[in-house]
Design a protein around this ligand. Structure first.
Ligand SMILES: Cc1cc2nc3c(=O)[nH]c(=O)nc-3n(C[C@H](O)[C@H](O)[C@H](O)COP(=O)(O)O)c2cc1C
Length: 353
């Protein structure tokens, strides 16, 4: 098993636990993964939802929770690699990035939009930066932009494929085109060719990770055989004891069948993958779901015209209020049939390495 090297830091196990918002991957899950030698990622998306002032001062609640959850993870894994996942689409993105760096994050993984300004925000802080891309086009855009504006390459490039959970970086037609893993493997090779150009230009390696539907030792092996250095896995970690979500959310994975997993259009404007439920059916029937006072969480959202509030729906999910929730999941969530420990999941995934 080759460790994942990012400059001066090294994860013994080349498995990154993908950030899962809202409240699915917090300090407990990230700490548990980091303790076992993988990379634990805390999702900063509306991370302060359990704070008493979340409704009245959302930003302060989120900033406080960033520090709390980092400390929690660090207590569990004093020597482990712990990062934050931050979505570009979030309002106050810059401040949340700075808070994550100040808390002590080793790594920032950033997607849901291209993190064009990330190097400028962190400046020369000692933190590794990893954009998420899904296509050759997005890889080219971000690598060229960072090169031109900052003379910088990513410390890690995360490639997120069409089987992933949460928001997806593809238009619906592309999702269909890439349904066949062999077709997406071609796109991964094209992304790696783009990476190679920049490796040559800078005379150094740019480590890469592939995520989306990787849930077995065979899938880990197949991903690495495409030429990436690591895998990013999320769905498989939801049904662990350590996952920060309510047990009823975990059970919704265990009880789901393949047909229950569908693509929805999120109010963010991107497609997302989720478990079909009452809430989704209501929205599909044209119902508008009442939402709590707006937290102004996204840069681009029109609260008066959205069918439902994504923050409300994802918080319901984390709290286990599954009927009212948007239950984000990866394409293979239906395969879960029991609650495992993080250690068991990692032991299984790295079996063939
Ligand atoms: C419940 C859930 C929530 C997610 N939330 C986020 C998120 O907030 N930000 C993000 O960049 N990716 C998010 N993702 C994507 C994961 O980080 C990961 O890249 C992807 O799901 C990997 O595929 P897998 O779930 O099939 O292993 C989420 C995935 C799931 C399943």
């Amino acid at each position: 098993m080759k460790p994942l090297k990012m400059g001066n830091i090294e994860a013994k196990v080349p498995i990154i636990q993908g950030g899962m918002g809202i409240g699915i991957s917090l300090g407990r899950l990230a700490g548990a993964v980091a303790l076992e030698g993988g990379i634990g990622m805390i999702s900063a998306a509306q991370i302060g939802f359990k704070e008493p002032d979340f409704d009245t001062d959302t930003k302060a609640a989120n900033l406080r929770a960033i520090e709390k959850e980092y400390k929690k993870a660090r207590r569990i894994a004093p020597e482990g690699i712990i990062g934050f996942n931050l979505m570009v689409a979030m309002r106050h993105y810059e401040e949340y990035v700075r808070a994550a760096v100040k808390a002590g994050a080793d790594l920032i993984v950033s997607g849901a939009g291209l993190p064009t300004d990330l190097p400028g925000i962190v400046k020369d802080a000692d933190v590794k930066l990893a954009p998420i891309v899904s296509t050759e086009k997005s890889a080219k855009v971000i690598l060229k932009f960072w090169d031109k504006k900052y003379r910088k390459i990513p410390d890690l490039l995360v490639i997120e494929g069409p089987q992933a959970g949460g928001h997806l970086g593809f238009a619906r037609e592309k999702l269909e085109k890439f349904e066949d893993p062999a077709v997406y493997a071609g796109e991964v090779r094209r992304i790696l060719a783009v990476v190679k150009d920049f490796e040559e230009k800078y005379g150094t390696r740019i480590p890469t990770a592939l995520g989306g539907g990787i849930d077995t030792p065979e899938a880990v092996k197949a991903a690495l055989s495409l030429g990436v250095d690591a895998v990013q896995v999320a769905t498989r970690f939801v049904t662990t004891e350590e996952c920060d979500a309510d047990i009823r959310y975990k059970e919704s994975y265990i009880n789901a069948s393949k047909e229950d997993i569908i693509i929805v259009k999120s109010p963010v404007g991107m497609p997302g993958r989720a478990i079909n439920n009452e809430m989704i059916k209501k929205v599909e029937n044209g119902e508008r779901i009442f939402h709590s006072p707006c937290h102004r969480c996204l840069n681009r959202c029109d609260p008066a015209n959205i069918p439902y509030c994504i923050t409300d729906a994802l918080i319901h999910a984390a709290k286990g209020e599954t009927k009212k929730a948007l239950l984000f999941c990866g394409a293979n969530a239906y395969k879960a049939n029991r609650i495992e420990t993080v250690k068991e999941v990692l032991e299984d995934l790295k079996k063939l390495l």
